[in-house]
Ligand binder design. Structure first.
Ligand code: G3P
Length: 218
């Protein structure tokens, strides 16, 4: 399973990249706004900075909701850097845009996916990734992980090349469950990824190894 880091914060991206286990970055307009990035030029420059801080795909989202607008934005974003994957919402015009962009060789990440029907249309249109938001489904009392399991099965059954990119991951347990479900990618902030390292027996074991070494060597 690949790990993308879900942030537009350059420091966090560089820290994650320095761990050597990050395969890309996902952003969205809310994450860009959180970093205070506004205006077309600053937004493009920031995406370039992200591309230069990480090896792997960088999802950059369009703001338009009509076909022409999405295509125009997507072409500009894709021309910024070869690592850019254009994030398009799973709406009627978005599906049309994904089909067009895929015919032009521009990679897309279909976002705001909450059910298998949406994912199926995105895959048929040629999306490189679909992004089911598992945390937001859990928030409304549905089961986000079940959606990941279904999408993995459906894509395997029909042989779609589209990757299941589990998004809106809120904790370490979500990552573990996504891994069990066979998600191709999990995107989340750095903290839940670091949570994978934690185990009390690792901590106490290391403490004892170091103490035993110290006894003889001090
Ligand atoms: O990038 C999309 C996604 O990961 C959003 O997560 O926590 O805002 O639901 P969240």
């Amino acid at each position: 399973m690949k790990f993308f880091i879900d942030t537009a914060n350059i420091d966090q991206i560089k820290t994650a990249q320095s761990l050597g286990i990050i395969d890309g970055v996902t952003t969205n307009p809310s994450l860009m706004a959180k970093e205070g990035i506004k205006g077309e030029k600053n937004i493009s420059d920031h995406y370039l900075k992200i591309c230069n801080s990480v090896k792997g795909d960088v999802s950059a989202e369009v703001i338009s909701t009509d076909f022409e607008g999405m295509i125009g934005e997507a072409e500009k974003l894709a021309s910024l850097h070869s690592q850019i994957v254009v994030k398009i919402p799973v709406i009627r015009e978005g599906i049309k845009a994904i089909r067009y962009l895929s015919s032009k060789g521009i990679r897309t990440n279909c976002t705001l996916v909450f059910n298998p029907g949406q994912a199926l249309l995105a895959a048929k249109a040629g999306a490189s990734y679909v992004s089911p938001f598992i945390g937001r489904l859990d928030d409304i009392g549905e089961n986000g992980i079940e959606l990941i399991e279904k999408l993995v099965d459906i894509f395997n059954y029909y042989g779609f090349g589209t990757e299941v990119l589990a998004a809106s991951i809120r904790n370490t347990n979500h990552i573990l469950r996504c891994m069990e479900a066979g998600a191709d990618v999990a995107t989340c902030p750095l903290e839940p990824i670091l949570g994978l390292l934690r185990h009390p027996l690792t901590e106490s074991g290391l403490e004892k190894f170091l103490a035993d070494h110290k006894k003889l060597n001090d």
